[in-house]
Design a protein around this ligand. Sequence first.
Ligand SMILES: *Cc1c(COP(=O)(O)O)cnc(C)c1O
Length: 468
Amino acid sequence: MPLHTGPEKPDERPRAVNPFYGEANPVGGMTEAPPQHRLPDGPLPPATAYQLVHDELLLDGNSRLNLATFVTTWMEPQADVLMAECRDKNMIDKDEYPRTAELERRCVAMLADLWNAPDPSAAVGCSTTGSSEACMLAGMALKRRWAKRNADRYPGARPNLVMGINVQVCWEKFCTFWEVEARQVPMEGDRFHLDPQAAAELCDENTIGVVGILGSTFDGSYEPIAELCAVLDEFQERTGLDIPVHVDGASGAMVAPFLDEDLLWDFRLPRVASINTSGHKYGLVYPGVGWALWRSAAELPEELVFRVNYLGGNMPTFALNFSRPGAQVVAQYYTFLRLGREGFRAVQQATRDVAVGFADRVEKLGDFRLLTRGGQLPVFAFTTTTDVTAYDVFDVSRRMRERGWLVPAYTFPANREDLSALRIVCRNGFSSDLAELFVEDLGRLLPELRRQPNPLTHDKGAATGFHH
Ligand SMILES: *Cc1c(COP(=O)(O)O)cnc(C)c1O
């Protein structure tokens, strides 16, 4: 959430309210809209309040046309019903809602099995509000394990975490909030994610772990987790330092198990200590759920786990939040039951097929060079070819927005700050028909863009947000 400040200029001019709305009619009712920046003096009838809020939201974008976000924008009506039935349940209250707690436990067990935990009954895990919270928890476990191993030197020694510069912002937050040095491997040439060898070179006795991403926010590519583990095995042979890997599978941990079964990235690799995913990305649930799992209790220091008895019961929890809605966890269990492995495979394959076909069609327009092709995460990034000088990716983003499409343009981090790209995230519910419409709209726009004297988007930051 942005950090908000008060209104710059409180607008106290009276604003009329539609006399047709609810009880707000001129015959004895309200004629003036309530203030927006302080609590109104009195109550409003519910129908009028509803209509006013509803109208304010009309200008929000259409979430299905949002090609920037990874987060689920469509669920079945049955999921809506279940979520509505559960929105009063507080996830923390495991004694009052033992069945919700049981569904959470089953989801953890299913994920441990899906991610090939050697002993699924030994794996531990929890639901979170999303991957960001899950990454904080995983990072805290890494830091605490390192601190215990180095009790003779810490405090004093400064812990560090090694990662690619392409990490999602949550890892920079983790390092800032928990006072861990972020050691980032830069991009080089056409490598837009972590290089295992370069990661090992940044490791030392104060490294709490290395983060591998499946897949990268910037371009949807999978980082080479197995190779990373192998390089860290060699590093251990050479130095004696045993450095655990955390896999940030925010998106890919719910794609790879179904579409890339031979890819080694999960608990089959002994060095992988923990994995997170966003239930609300390719876990296909509306926003508000993530998951963190550890290979076994040995990877999750006991002193981080809290037991409270003041809601009744004595269930251990590991979380940053206390109260949190239970509906998303129930919806996650619903999608697991509803789709099963075969269903997930079919849905994710369809999404990947759309992405790959979509990327091809964008490439065929001739003005663009694909950086990725949608074959790992169903995501692709592309930039303009070197021949294109009349316009840039920021112009494309701004002008496509006029047609209702939200497609972010952004610059890459070090050492590829020279590169700007557009990124398209295909999600369940984004059909090849919609992709076709997008390509037609883009094709129609190109002659106009090519006639520009030069790129025209001056305020590049405001033209387009980079949405994780
Ligand atoms: C989206 C994302 C996150 C953050 O996840 P939220 O569920 O939005 O908190 C972290 N890491 C990666 C790689 C992501 O794609």
